[in-house]
Design a protein around this ligand. Structure first.
Ligand code: PEP
Ligand code: MN
Length: 337
C-alpha cells in the first residue's frame, strides 16, 4: 500500500502514521518529496488489515493499494490463457467458438429447428433460456424444467453442448443436472451467494457483465467463482446501461482487450443483448472477433417476429448462416480457426 501524507505535516504527525503502519504489520519505507511525504508500506494486504483506515487520519491525503483486488482471476496468477473444455470444445484456445440459439426455449420444434440450423452453420454450443429474468412479471418467464428437458433432447439429437441461465439458488441442482455451461445473467452478476453456489457445482460458468457494472466489479464477481474452487470461468460482455437510446445497451467492446490483459480467462461477446437490434449483430460480431474475443453468444430464432422474448434482437436462421460466412475472414485475420 502507498500512503500519501498531506503537505507540510509535522514530524510528530509523520511519526504517528509510521507507528500505526508498523502496528498493523507493515514495514514503512519513507520517500521525502519537495511538497509531501509518500510512504510505501510493505506487507501482504491479503493477510494484514487494510491500511485504508488511515484515510480517516487528518494528516493523510490518500491510501492506495498496490496489488489488484482480484487475485486468482488476475493474469499475474496465471500468465497463460486458460482454456475451458466443454464437451470436447475448447473455449479460449485457437478455435473461435460460437454459442447460438433462441433467447427462450419455446417448443420442441422451435428449439430443434434452431439447433440443427446453427450446428450446420458452424456453432458448437446451443443457447436457450429455460428460466428467464424478465423485467415485467407479466412477461413469459420461461418453460422451467420442461425447457431444460428440451435442451437435453436437442443435445442428444445434435451433439451440441448446451448453455442456459441459472436464475436462482433454488434451481442450482436442477440446472446443473442438465446444462454443460451455467450462465449467470446480467441481473445476477453480483448475486454473490448464487455465484458461490454455481461455482460449487464444478460446471463451467459464463458470467455476464451487470447492467451498470464496472470492469473491476465484474472481475471481482468472477473472483468469487475461482475462490470457491471453480476455475472454469468465462466472462461475457453484453452491453451496459448508458444514456444512448439508439441501442438497448451500449456494447463495450473495449472490455475484450481489458479482460485479456487483466485476466487469463476467456471473454465472450453477446451482441444480441448488447445492441438489442438484429440489424447490428453481424457488424458487432466482426468487431468482437477483430478485437480478440474468444467466443460469441448469439440469439437465433426461426421466426424472430414471433419470439416469446427479445424478438427485435434475434437473427433468423438465414441471417445466422450469412453471419457465420461473413465472419470467416475475420476469424482467420485474428489468427483463429
Ligand atoms: C439472455 O441471454 O437472454 C439474457 C437474459 O441475458 P442478460 O442477462 O445479459 O440480460
Ligand atoms: Mn435474451
Amino acid at each position: 500500500m502507498i500512503v500519501v501524507l498531506k503537505p507540510k505535516v509535522s514530524r510528530k504527525q509523520e511519526t504517528e502514521v509510521l507507528k500505526e503502519i508498523r502496528r498493523l504489520g507493515y514495514k514503512p519505507h519513507v520517500i521525502r518529496g519537495v511538497e509531501r511525504i509518500v510512504i510505501g508500506a510493505i506487507g501482504d494486504e491479503r493477510t494484514h488489515q487494510s491500511l485504508e483506515v488511515l484515510t480517516t487520519w487528518p494528516q493523510v491525503e490518500q491510501v492506495m493499494p498496490v496489488q489488484k483486488r482480484f487475485k486468482l482471476v488476475n493474469r499475474e496468477a496465471h500468465p497463460d490463457n486458460s482454456v475451458i473444455t466443454v464437451r470436447g470444445n475448447l473455449i479460449g484456445g485457437k478455435k473461435f467458438q460460437v454459442m447460438a440459439g433462441p433467447c427462450s426455449v419455446e417448443s420442441e420444434t422451435q428449439l430443434l429447428t434452431t439447433a440443427e440450423a446453427v450446428q450446420k452453420a458452424g456453432a458448437t454450443i446451443l443457447r436457450g433460456g429455460a428460466f428467464k429474468p424478465r423485467t415485467s412479471p407479466y412477461e413469459f418467464q420461461g418453460l422451467g424444467e420442461k425447457g431444460l428437458k428440451l435442451l437435453a433432447k436437442a443435445r442428444r439429437a445434435t451433439g451440441l453442448a448446451i448453455i442456459t441461465e441459472l436464475l436462482s439458488e433454488a434451481h442450482v441442482d436442477l440446472v446443473a443436472e442438465y446444462t454443460d455451461i451455467i450462465q449467470i445473467g446480467a441481473r445476477n452478476a453480483q448475486n454473490f451467494q448464487l455465484l458461490i453456489a454455481a461455482a460449487r457445482t464444478g460446471k463451467p460458468i459464463l458470467l455476464k457483465r451487470g447492467l451498470s457494472m464496472k470492469v473491476e466489479e465484474w472481475l471481482l464477481a468472477g473472483e468469487y467463482v475461482l475462490a470457491n474452487g471453480n476455475s472454469n470461468l468465462m466472462f461475457c460482455e453484453r452491453g451496459i446501461r448508458t444514456f444512448e437510446t439508439y441501442t438497448r445497451n451500449t456494447l463495450d467492446l473495449s472490455t475484450i482487450p481489458i479482460v485479456k490483459k487483466e485476466s487469463h480467462l476467456p471473454i465472450v461477446i453477446d451482441p444480441s443483448q448488447g445492441c438489442g437490434r438484429a440489424d447490428l449483430v453481424i457488424a458487432s460480431c466482426k468487431g468482437a472477433v477483430a478485437m480478440g474475443a474468444d467466443a460469441l453468444l448469439i440469439e437465433v430464432h426461426p421466426h424472430p417476429a414471433e419470439a416469446w422474448s427479445d424478438g427485435a434482437q434475434q437473427v433468423s436462421l438465414g441471417q445466422f448462416a450469412q453471419l457465420m460466412e461473413e465472419l470467416k475472414p475475420f476469424i482467420a485475420a485474428a489468427g483463429r480457426e
